[in-house]
Design a protein around this ligand. Structure first.
Ligand code: MLT
Ligand code: ZN
Length: 453
């Protein structure tokens, strides 16, 4: 029996896609990383995932799990000859448990579906990202996604109370009780969080849910530079309870978003930097007061607009969340990094000369999650063949400032050659040992995360 026959036996003929039907599954969101998969297989149950893994192991064909395919480092897009295990049919979402404070979701459920299921019961999931409508829970957990709400909730890791996953040998590990206390040996569930498909195929997740706050308000603040943005962050942290997000964008990115009709800007003049801050509390009016009071004395504030209704807030968030789409048209080299917040202004200021030296004619457009020092450096105008030099230049700057070469998008295929800038030789060899123990045949997402030996 051929591998394709075994896969068809496992999931049914219509759930094994080959030829032109693999279009869309065969490349990452940026279009930069792609390959020709042998097939795309869409299991409908954990048992079918097991059967797929066993069939591929017998045939010696590697597998790459793929959720919504919104990742930006090529972890979930196939290399030539791999089987894509697309999780979209594992989309069941259970009713939230308000007593335990949990919700169980299939790996293929979108983040938005899970958020809405929680919201219908007056609860919230502490993970939110611009790609919520497409990104799946399995992918979000496999990348330990960050997003815009890390300030109050922590990263995805902190929301994961358990999961079910199929390991490379077809065995199923399961921590679905959702217990807040469970110190029974190694924490395999947390080991799989952020493993980017290299240690197991996540099939179900138990997420923490908390009571939804009664009200929200946001402010968009125009500033004369990144130093002022850091001063504002300090003022917000000390003056505003329930701070939920502090994001930043710059004039160039805002221009692109507005020019593409993705959002409007509330201010007459264009400022170099804008900060979007949102907080939760008992009433939108009191939150808005607290935001305005914190913003007012900060040196370098040029203007501010406060949003108290859902519609007004959505308008401000569109300006921030439109960046990825607006920039995509310029096919940037996308580098997701973090530096300690006090180092952020000098880091952002050093970027233009660093990228121009690496690739004449290129320029950086930065935006991101100010509260975590997480900068999305999008370098546009990079001539073909200069991508690696640009990456080198930016990641060296990050490493020199004690930052992270991957703040929230992961390592995938795009950054594995630079892992040594963020992890010691001892760290990398311990990671290799874990990979070899759980996947000795290198069947799961080979060529991701770990550098060539
Ligand atoms: C964001 O914060 O909008 C995302 O991480 C996506 C991106 O970096 O483009
Ligand atoms: Zn981000």
């Amino acid at each position: 029996m051929t591998l394709l026959d075994r896969l068809r036996d496992a999931v049914g003929d219509t759930q094994v896609l080959v030829g032109d039907l693999v279009t869309g599954y065969d490349r990452d969101w940026t279009g930069r990383l792609h390959g020709h998969p042998l097939a795309v297989v869409r299991p409908g149950s954990t048992a079918e995932v097991v059967a797929i893994l066993r069939a591929c192991a017998d045939a010696g064909v590697p597998i790459v799990p793929q959720g919504g395919n919104t990742g930006l480092v090529g972890a979930a897009s196939p290399s030539d000859g791999e089987v894509v295990l697309a999780t979209g049919r594992l989309a069941e979402v259970g009713a939230p448990d308000p007593v335990g404070g949990t919700i169980v979701a299939g790996a293929g459920a979108t983040l938005e579906t899970v958020r809405l299921a929680a919201a219908a019961a007056g609860l919230e999931v502490g993970i939110d990202l611009a790609s919520r409508g497409t990104a799946t829970i399995g992918g979000v957990v496999a990348t330990n996604a960050g997003g815009a709400r890390v300030l109050r909730h922590g990263t995805t890791r902190a929301q994961v109370l358990g999961l079910e996953a199929v390991l490379a040998d077809g065995s199923v590990v399961s921590r679905l009780a959702g217990l807040p206390k469970d110190n029974t040996g190694y924490d395999l569930a947390q080991l799989l969080v952020g493993s980017e498909g290299t240690l197991g195929v996540i099939t179900k997740v138990v997420l923490r849910v908390t009571p939804a706050p009664p009200a929200r308000a946001a402010a968009l603040v125009a500033l004369d530079g990144t130093d002022a943005a850091v001063r504002l962050l300090v003022a917000l942290r000390s003056g505003v309870d329930g701070l939920d997000a502090v994001e930043f964008v710059t004039a160039e990115g805002v221009d692109l978003v507005v020019a593409r009709g993705l959002a409007r800007l509330q201010f007459a003049g264009v400022a170099p930097v804008y900060v979007l801050a949102e907080a939760v509390g008992s009433s939108a009016a009191s939150i808005a007061d607290a935001l305005a009071t914190a913003v007012e004395p900060v040196e370098g504030v040029l203007d501010a607009a406060v949003a108290t209704t859902g519609r007004e807030r959505a308008g401000l968030w569109a300006l921030r969340e439109g960046h990825t789409e607006a920039l995509a048209a310029l096919t940037p080299v996308k580098l997701d990094v973090a530096v300690p917040v006090p180092a952020l202004p000098a880091f952002v200021a050093a970027l233009p000369s660093a990228v121009t030296a690496a690739a004449p004619g290129s320029r950086p457009i930065s935006f991101g999650h100010l509260a975590e020092g997480n900068v999305h450096v999008n370098v546009v105008g990079v001539p073909p063949g200069r991508e690696e030099r640009v990456t080198d230049a930016v990641l060296e700057l990050v490493a020199a400032r004690g930052g992270s070469i991957s703040a929230e998008h992961g390592v995938g295929r795009a950054k594995r050659a630079w892992l040594h800038l963020g992890r010691s030789a001892a760290d990398i060899s311990a990671m290799r040992a874990v990979k070899k123990a759980l996947d000795p045949g290198g069947m799961l997402s080979p060529g991701r995360v770990l550098p060539e030996e």
